[in-house]
Design a protein around this ligand. Sequence first.
Ligand SMILES: [Zn+2]
Length: 230
Amino acid sequence: MFDLQKAIDTAHNITFMTGAGVSTHSGIPDYRSKGGLYANSADPEYLLSAENLRDHPESFYDFVKNRMYYPDAKPNVIHEKMAEISNEKGTIVTQNVDNLDIKAGPKHVVQFHGTLYKVHCQKCGKQVPWQDYLKDMHHQTDDGILRPDIVLYGEGINQQTLINAVQAVQSADLIVVVGTSFRVYPFAGLIQYARPDAVLVAVNKENIAAGDDIHMIQADALSVFEKLHA
Ligand SMILES: [Zn+2]
């Protein structure tokens, strides 16, 4: 099997690209897997769309509030090891909106799809504590509809976020893809910015479609990461 520890030891600049499979170990359901967040919803991509937020804000709020917020969730050993290793030499680019990557204390994180724990009012633009949002979808001062700063279906990635993510990928000589099936674009497309000499590794329970150049460690990420060190 590919020696991930050796690759980490010899790398100068490591970029982790992570997804829902990292946070399932903290009790947060996977977006797309069987039994996951979307399994019992008629049309989850619609529920989490800009269109639904605009046309049916109550339905959007109900879904987000009751199915996506896990404020008591704690980072697990994968988050912790990624923080430790990236603080030595690297960056984390995460698709997760649960803030667990940040809670683990890394210096460099790109939250590619934003975060549930920043909320703003669509009417006045002001930021509102997420705790207020969980009590009421309306801004108290002007009755505007609140929303979390996450990227919805039908919305583009924030330009600066995209630049930061591309730079993180371009500057890495080791890219470790963790806990993502790599089917969501444009996130999966970031890999095309990898340097030709970069070593690419994926740690995922299922084989992922990321080309022949990637070393696949088909295993549970938790069991792999608990053995790693910076
Ligand atoms: Zn407002």
